[in-house]
Design a protein. Structure first.
Lengths: 264, 262
């Protein structure tokens, strides 16, 4: 039965960046499908809000304050999950930042900004993969879901750290997928298109009207994809980049589907 | 039949669904999966004179506990009049159409030198034109309330395979057909996506031949084994159902990671 394969009862998922946005939506999706959670991010107040919502669904949720750009934090996050639950079935490397950095010209970006941009979006996901693999090898099963962006597949004007780090996340996904295919560990990547999380981005992207489906993504759109990739229904899907973008990336060589560019 | 709460986005309860190519293993698993998710079904064939094969699919669907037996239509998916009649009948019998799955496939493996113009026409007709016609007629049937189309295809759309040039070209044509149609129909609330199966356990495929190619292929596959039809079910339901409501023009490969390889 397909329903039995989609259910996540008895599974434990770690989600980084779980305090808001896509991370919270994925947390709610997975909890609804039966998973217990470890919610990680820097801002504890937001994590507690997510945890409260998850517990309302009758699932457990451990809050672990984590700066994903620090490898020792990420290792401690995985250790806390193993200590509390004894297993890690799913890791969703979702935390990231940098949509707000679009628009700075190349000469305006300092060494420190470059490194921070790469660390928060790319090193963080590498740290997550590295930290969780020993436990998943021990279990002989696991699902790693990296979250990239349409800017990982296409360039953008004045878009450096974000596009470079997200593009590298796709390659991290592919190499992990091939390396651990033999060990029943699947690594896949969710590629969100335009999800305008704040008013500034909503204004910049003009409400998403240029997107083929005529709207930007809403956080809840991503929940079912996270469920599917966390479940046994996706066991033969590995190294896949699954776009959720209202059709934007299917086009792009005609004006329909072309994202606005910064005017700097 | 319904899915448990929490998986509501994956449900097709009371949705009208049509599977074309339901005499094949891929079409069969599509029919069974859609029925399990609660859809009311019509199943149509790719080839004429497939009554017995469709009956077998009906049995498999009924074994899921589906409320009603699927409506069946034996047709030739390469003939316009047949496809149009099938879609008209689907709308009439099911009261509209919300989901259409095409499992249309005519493998052709041979060195380029062996193919003549008649073979070219045949491969394109049965791998590309049939999908094109089903999508045209399917979208016409969905125009009023929108819907979701899933085109079942192969990873051959994404890479070259020696000794399969025409077949590769046909599959790539289907892949880009899906992208363009997705853009064209997005504002009409018709989503269309592609499902790309890796090397499968199917009769006639060089992957199951007892020869050097098959032996080497198995070693090359990330999972060291072929894909079974059952393994297509999850992605099929994800793409067919509201779970993928913001996804169109996308391709999901079920290949164990094969497309990641050099």
């Amino acid at each position: 039965m397909i329903a039995d394969n989609l259910k996540l009862d008895g599974k434990l998922a770690i989600i980084t960046g779980a305090g808001r946005g896509l991370g919270r939506a994925m947390a709610m999706g997975l909890a609804g499908a039966g998973a217990d959670l470890v919610a990680a991010a820097r801002t504890v107040e937001q994590l507690e809000e997510t945890a409260a919502e998850v517990r309302k669904l009758g699932r457990k949720c451990l809050v672990v304050p984590t700066d994903v750009a620090r490898s020792e934090d990420v290792s401690a996050m995985v250790a806390a999950a193993v200590k509390e639950f004894g297993q890690v079935d799913v890791l969703i490397n979702n935390a990231g930042a940098g949509e707000d950095s679009f628009g700075k010209t190349i000469d305006q970006i300092s060494d420190e900004e470059w490194r921070r941009g790469i660390d928060i979006n790319l090193s963080s996901q590498f740290f997550g993969c590295r930290a969780v693999i020993p436990q998943m090898l021990k279990q002989k099963r696991g699902k790693i879901i990296n979250v990239a962006s349409g800017y990982g597949l296409r360039g953008g004007k004045h878009n450096y750290m974000y596009a470079c780090s997200k593009g590298a996340v796709l390659q991290l996904t592919r190499s992990m997928a091939l390396t651990y295919a033999d060990f029943n560990i699947q690594t896949n990547c969710i590629v969100p298109g335009i999800f305008p999380h704040n008013e500034r981005l909503m204004a910049f992207f003009k409400g998403g009207k240029f997107i083929p489906m005529g709207r930007g993504g809403e956080d809840a759109d991503v929940g079912p994809l996270a469920i599917f990739l966390s479940s046994e229904a996706s066991n033969h899907i590995n190294g896949a980049l699954i776009k959720i973008d209202g059709g934007g990336l299917a086009g792009g060589i005609t004006p329909t589907g072309v994202a606005p560019q910064p005017t700097t | 039949m319904a899915l448990p709460q929490g998986l509501n986005d994956f449900t097709l309860a009371d949705k009208a669904a049509l599977v074309i190519g339901a005499e094949h293993p891929a079409g069969r698993i599509a029919a069974v999966t859609l029925a399990e998710a609660g859809a009311r079904l019509m199943i149509a064939s790719q080839e004429p004179a497939t009554d017995e094969q469709l009956k077998e699919t009906v049995k498999l669907v009924q074994a899921t506990g589906a409320k009603a037996a699927p409506v069946t239509q034996v047709q030739n998916a390469a003939i316009r009049a047949d496809v149009r009649a099938t879609l008209d009948n689907a709308v009439k019998r099911l009261g509209g159409l919300d989901v259409m799955v095409t499992a249309l496939d005519a493998p052709y493996y041979a060195p380029a030198e062996e193919g003549d113009d008649a073979i070219f026409d045949r491969v394109m007709e049965r791998n590309v034109k049939s999908v094109w016609m089903a999508c045209q007629e399917g979208a016409r049937a969905m125009r009023r309330r929108g819907g979701s189309i899933v085109v079942m295809s192969s990873v051959l759309a994404e890479r070259g395979v020696p000794g399969a040039s025409l077949y590769c070209a046909a599959k790539a044509a289907v892949a880009n057909l899906v992208r363009a149609l997705a853009l064209e129909w997005a504002r009409q609330n018709i989503r269309i996506n592609l499902l790309e199966a890796g090397w499968m356990t199917e009769e006639g495929s060089p992957a199951v031949a007892n020869d050097e190619f098959a032996a080497n292929l198995l070693k090359y596959l990330p999972y060291k084994r072929l894909v079974t039809p059952e393994e297509l079910a999850g992605a099929l339901l994800y793409l067919a159902s509201p779970a993928s409501g913001f996804v169109t023009g996308e391709a999901i490969a079920i290949d164990g990671g094969l497309l990641c390889r050099v």
